[in-house]
Design a binder for this molecule. Sequence first.
Ligand SMILES: [Zn+2]
Length: 156
Amino acid sequence: MTEEDERDPFCNKEQIIKQAYYESRHTYVLYNLYPVVKGHSLIVPKRHVTDLMQLTDKEAEDLLKTMRHVIPVLLKAYKCESSYNIVAQIGEYSGRSVEHLHIHIIPRNKFDVYQDYNDKLYADLRKYELRHLAMHEIENEVAKLRKLFHYKPKKI
Ligand SMILES: [Zn+2]
């Protein structure tokens, strides 16, 4: 990846297509390369924006609909019943690492490592200190989720 892609991997179509397991008209759903728990996913607008406020009404509606479509299936796949966190770091003082808007969906269950340490979850998200999964590990999770969503990425 180039330096530009490091800063904004979500405008890099080649990278996106490796992580995507669902897409709608304006939104991608990606498996996070730095998962804090299994199933940690990212909701990413296709158009480059840095803030929710920059989305058009159509894009915002599509983003929320996509989240509502994906979350129940994701939670079931990772046996998280109805528990999850939604987190976004927006703006330069928020601790964001990538400027392109992305919303974290973090499935939670009573066995996860953050159970008694919600503060640590947010600290880990801020630092992005977590283990970078090997590409084959990402591919396994993505393949599993693609099946659930009957999703085949379009050729780039
Ligand atoms: Zn971007």
